[in-house]
Design a protein around this ligand. Structure first.
Ligand code: OAD
Length: 251
């Protein structure tokens, strides 16, 4: 079967990475993710925003893929054609063994100069010392070439998605037999449009999320399960009926 897995922050929650719409703590308690994840926020207070991303990057570097990441990757080994489309900026799908991973929102473990785009090695977003638990404000390094600040290599609100990843995601969704949406609030566009596109084309969509989202009632099936439990169930059902997505969803 041709499968696309569209993942969000919920798939990494069981690896200890807070989701975006969890209440923020510590220094960032008075913000929400959408107020930190913009170029305006960075320009207004670079140390606050850089410190937040440095803290998230150190958490990701110390985390391990969980059983859901491993089960997603294992779908390819089970004989399915698999494309992973992720909104996540971590690298846990890749470390879980997935090969074909499209990052719609960039990468957390990399940074670049906001002025000239320069990159340096080792990447300053991973520099020692790691931020303390709970994070800290930190002035971003200045670019040796142009003097502007380094910024995380993620897509901020108001910025375009990488066109090659987006085009490949749409093509994979158009070609798939089943779209599995896992661990996303389905609130952020254009990513939230991919399941709508699949549904319009008559492709079955499975939503795995312990909470109902705007997608849940529209999806072909909503499994109110965590990512690890939901992926284990999906793999087991696909092993029984590897060629019939609707029977997989019906159980
Ligand atoms: P959100 O934080 O909006 O949503 C996380 C979803 O994961 C929620 O619907 C939770 O119910 C669900 N969830 C929590 N624990 C789970 C678990 N153990 N198993 C499965 N699901 C679980 O994260 P995203 O939908 O990924 O964008 O957010 C989308 C985008 O908004 C992010 O990529 C980021 C953010 O701002 C940018 O940075 C551009």
């Amino acid at each position: 079967m041709r499968l696309v897995v569209l993942s969000g922050a919920g798939i990494s929650a069981e690896s200890g990475i807070p989701t975006f719409r969890d209440a923020l703590t510590g220094l960032w308690a008075h913000f929400d993710a959408e107020r930190l994840a913009t170029e305006d926020a960075f320009r207004a207070d670079p140390a606050l925003v850089w410190g937040w991303y440095r803290w998230r990057a150190s958490m990701v570097a110390a985390a391990a893929p969980n059983a859901a990441h491993l089960d997603v990757a294992a779908l390819a080994g089970d004989g399915h054609a698999l494309t992973v489309v992720t909104q996540n900026v971590d690298d846990l799908h890749e470390r879980g063994g997935a090969r074909d991973v499209l990052h719609l929102h960039g990468r957390l473990l990399a940074s670049r100069c906001i002025g000239c785009g320069a990159r340096i090695t080792p990447d300053p977003i991973l520099a020692a010392p790691s931020p303390p638990d709970g994070g800290t404000r930190e002035t971003p390094p200045a670019c040796a070439a142009c003097g502007a600040a380094f910024r995380p290599d993620v897509v901020w609100f108001g910025e375009s998605l990488p066109a090659d990843a987006w085009d490949a995601a749409e093509a994979a969704v158009d070609a798939c037999d089943l779209l599995v949406v896992i661990g996303t609030s389905s609130l952020v566009w254009p990513a939230a449009g991919l399941p709508e596109r699949a549904l319009r084309a008559g492709t079955p969509v499975l939503d795995i999320n312990p909470q109902a989202t705007p997608l849940s009632s529209r999806a072909t099936a909503h499994w109110s399960l965590t990512a690890t439990v939901g992926m284990a169930q999906l793999r087991a059902r696909l092993q029984k009926t590897p060629d019939d997505p609707r029977r997989v969803l019906a159980g």
